[in-house]
Design a protein around this ligand. Structure first.
Ligand code: E4P
Length: 214
C-alpha cells in the first residue's frame, strides 16, 4: 500500500520526504487555506519536494471550468493529479481528462456505487472518505471493502485511495482491506511509526551496550 501525506504544509512534506515514506500527496481547498499562502507560490514548493503523485483540487463546479482549471494545474508538473468532486459535472470532466491522459482523483466519495461511476468515467484514483462516514455513525471502512471487491470483480485499473483517515487503526484496516493508497495527516503518520516497546527496547539495548567491556 502506498502512503500519501494529506497536507499542504511544507515542513510536514519535507519531514515525511526525509523519512523516505512519502509516496505522494493529497491536498484540498481546506488544507491549502490553512497555510495562508498564495496557491501559485505554495504549489511549486510542494512540487520541488514531492516527486510522487500530487493531487490538486479544482474549485469550478461545471465540467468546462474543471477542465480549464486542470489544463492550468498540470503545468505545475508531470506528477499532478487533478482532484475532482464526485458530482455529475465532475464525472463529465473526469471522462474528458482521461481522454487527454490527465490523471484524476475523484474525491468526496461516500458510497461504492459512486466509486463505480468514477471508475467507469476513467478516474485514476477514487477517494472514499472514511472518517467523515464514521463521524455520522456509519462504518466507513466497509466502503473500502466494497470498492475493492467491485474493482476486482470488473478489473478496473482505478486505484482505491483511502482518505479522511484519522488514526492508526484506520490505516491498518485500509491496508487489510486492500486499499491501493492511504492518505494520512502528518500526525497520523508520526503515530503509525511509534510503538512504546520499540522505544523501551532501544533504551534497554543502548543501556546494555554500555556494560560491554570497551
Ligand atoms: C483526502 O483527499 C482529503 O483531503 C482528506 O483526507 C479529508 O480528510 P478529513 O475528512 O479529515 O478532512
Amino acid at each position: 500500500m502506498k502512503i500519501f501525506l494529506d497536507t499542504a504544509n511544507i515542513d510536514e512534506i519535507k519531514t515525511a520526504a526525509d523519512w523516505g515514506v512519502l509516496d505522494g500527496l493529497t491536498t484540498n481547498p481546506s488544507l491549502v487555506a490553512k497555510e495562508n499562502r498564495k496557491f501559485e507560490e505554495l504549489v511549486p514548493e510542494i512540487m520541488q519536494i514531492c516527486k510522487g503523485p500530487v493531487s490538486l483540487e479544482v474549485v469550478a463546479t461545471d465540467a468546462e471550468g474543471m477542465v480549464a482549471e486542470a489544463d492550468k494545474l498540470v503545468e505545475y508538473g508531470p506528477n499532478v493529479v487533478i482532484k475532482i468532486p464526485m458530482i455529475p459535472e465532475g464525472l463529465k470532466a473526469i471522462r474528458r481528462l482521461s481522454q487527454k491522459e490527465i490523471a484524476t482523483n475523484c474525491t468526496l466519495v461516500f458510497n461504492a456505487t459512486q466509486a463505480l461511476l468514477a471508475a467507469k468515467a476513467g478516474a485514476t484514483y477514487v477517494s472514499p472518505f472514511i472518517g467523515r462516514l464514521d463521524d455520522i455513525g456509519h462504518i466507513g471502512m466497509e466502503l473500502i471493502d466494497q470498492i475493492v471487491t467491485i474493482f476486482d470483480n470488473y478489473a478496473f485499473g482505478t486505484e482505491v485511495l483511502a482518505a479522511s483517515l484519522r488514526h492508526p487503526q484506520h490505516v491498518l484496516e485500509a491496508a487489510l482491506a486492500g486499499a491501493d493508497v492511504s492518505t494520512v495527516p502528518f500526525g497520523t503518520l508520526k503515530k503509525i511509526m511509534k510503538h512504546p516497546l520499540t522505544d523501551n527496547g532501544l533504551d534497554k539495548f543502548l543501556a546494555d551496550w554500555e556494560k560491554v567491556p570497551k
